[in-house]
Design a protein around this ligand. Structure first.
Ligand code: GBH
Length: 481
């Protein structure tokens, strides 16, 4: 891979948040300890269909439920200012409903937050990172309108319990993973296959549930807790295959399927008009009486508008896009309704994940696009990172190269394009349960020995690299003044 001298050497601003990220199901383990209820990933991993590599599970994972003090010691050593983790809904509310609170679950998060604070680390908390309580799934999960109440009650409990010590809240992690993969193509829990219908209903419910949490916070907590409530989108950059209008429009269309579906409602109160027209057009051709993308009522639009304090961005890679010449008129779903071809170039550097190619310039283009389209809203890069299959000697130079070149492009976006990026939480603190890929793909700065009962953590070379970046706020050996 290419040399490492051409990076932006301008230090990151003093108040730039440097951190790392994890998620409850991927690290906590203790899946049924101390009163925790079952969630949809527990259920999937135990009962099938067995879609996870080697039938692996998050039953023990990194055992962070017992080892959080070690995790915080690692964070302290890295020198991060922020730690992004998620709360397991069913650890707090075993049935999902707010009638019975699990005291041990409350204690666990209180302990973790206290330990972070004692070490000068600010918590950045995701309320929902894919682990829905199973009893709520039995009732339809995100396809049941009552989900808005369930989530609102859960969010309120979290603000109540932890809000005095947590000022950075994120509601949902990755709508596309939740809805498109959970309720569309059936790849992730709860494995529902309803392309072009269920996945869009899920999206509508999720948007309103986010707004519910935001309004609760705004009315009852903001004035005393003085925090913010954001939402995390997963988005690649979509690079037009040529300068032809059709390809540029294809790129814009694909971006609207992501941002016009999930961010526009929270900022402007509705799906973007390009998105609405496109899905309405195809739905009509197909004989549906109304668009498969459910509309927001006028009241819902008012309720949604302006409910985003900060955009969380998970970004890993880039795709090339072009307009489809002969789109299949009968096809339905997020990935086909846009009528866009998508692929990755053969000469882009690979990683341990088949979807993740190293394309550092993509993040700069995406950040600029977000700035222009959403009025310079604050952006927190909530995930970015590199997978391998485990380097034997823990010399993960490719991860270092990835992080360095992505950070350099982020710095360029701030510096040269004026994008308002306030922080970066690298995925991930340590190797963990990588969903369908089990423990085979590794994103950690720390290695975890999943064969040892102790789940021994060992620093990789990239941890020292990142530590130095944080300490100097700069990517080069010699930083610009
Ligand atoms: C994030 O997803 C997640 O938030 C985090 O939990 C996860 O560990 C991390 O990234 C690393 O994967 O198999 O072709 O259907 C990143 C976005 C969306 C990327 C789903 C992989 C599956 C592609 N992910 N996608 S495919």
């Amino acid at each position: 891979f290419i040399n490492v001298d051409a990076w932006n050497t301008k230090p990151f601003p003093k108040d730039f948040k440097f951190g790392v990220a994890t998620a409850s199901y991927q690290i906590e383990g203790a899946w049924n300890e101390d009163g925790k209820g079952e969630n949809i990933w527990d259920h999937l991993c135990h009962h099938g269909p067995f879609v996870v590599e080697h039938n692996q599970t998050g039953d023990i994972a990194c055992d962070s439920y017992h080892k959080y003090k070690e995790d915080v010691a690692m964070l302290k050593d890295l020198g991060v200012s922020h730690y992004r983790f998620s709360i397991s809904w069913s650890r707090l509310l075993p049935t999902g409903f707010a009638d019975k609170v699990n005291k041990a679950g409350v204690q666990y998060y209180k302990n973790l937050i206290k330990e972070l604070k004692a070490n000068g680390i600010e918590p950045l908390v995701t309320l929902y990172h894919w682990d829905l309580p199973q009893p709520l799934q039995v009732l339809g999960g995100f396809l049941n309108d009552n989900f808005v109440d369930w989530f609102g009650d859960y969010a309120q409990l979290c603000f109540d319990l932890f809000g005095d010590d947590v000022s950075n809240w994120l509601t949902f992690n990755e709508p596309i993973s939740i809805c498109q993969q959970g309720y569309g193509n059936g790849r992730k829990a709860p494995l529902i296959t309803s392309p072009g219908i269920g996945e869009y209903i899920c999206g509508k419910t999720m948007m309103i549930a986010h707004a519910r949490a935001w309004h609760i916070y705004d009315k009852e907590y903001r004035s005393k807790q003085k925090g913010s409530v954001g939402f995390v989108v997963d988005s690649s950059w979509y690079e037009p295959n040529s300068n032809k209008t059709a390809d540029i429009e294809a790129s814009e269309m694909k971006l609207q399927f992501v941002w016009g579906m999930y961010i526009n409602p929270l900022i402007n109160g509705d799906h973007s008009s390009i998105l609405k027209k496109q899905i309405a057009k195809r739905s009509k051709q197909q004989g549906f009486k109304r668009s498969r993308l459910p509309e927001f009522t006028k009241e819902e639009q008012k309720y949604l508008k302006g409910t985003l304090d900060i955009i969380g961005l998970n970004h890993y890679s880039t795709s090339m896009v072009s307009a489809q010449k002969n789109p299949d008129p009968d096809a339905m779903g997020f990935y086909v309704d846009c009528e866009v071809n998508e692929w990755q170039a053969d000469d882009w550097e690979k990683s341990g994940s088949d979807w993740l190619r190293v394309v550092p310039w993509g993040i700069r283009k995406l950040l600029k696009w977000i700035k222009v389209n959403f009025n310079n809203t604050k952006i927190l890069i909530t995930e970015n990172g590199y997978s391998d299959n485990g380097e034997k000697d823990l010399k993960d130079d490719r991860r270092i190269h990835y992080v360095k070149s992505y950070l350099s492009n982020i710095r360029d976006a701030m510096d040269k394009d004026g994008v308002n990026v306030v922080g970066y939480t690298l995925w991930s603190l340590m190797d963990n349960f990588e969903w369908n890929r089990g423990y085979t793909e590794k994103f950690g700065l720390y290695h975890v020995d999943f064969n040892s009962r102790n789940r021994t953590r060992t620093k990789k070379k990239s941890a020292d690299f990142y530590k130095k970046v944080i300490a100097t706020r700069c990517l080069a050996d010699k930083c610009a003044a």
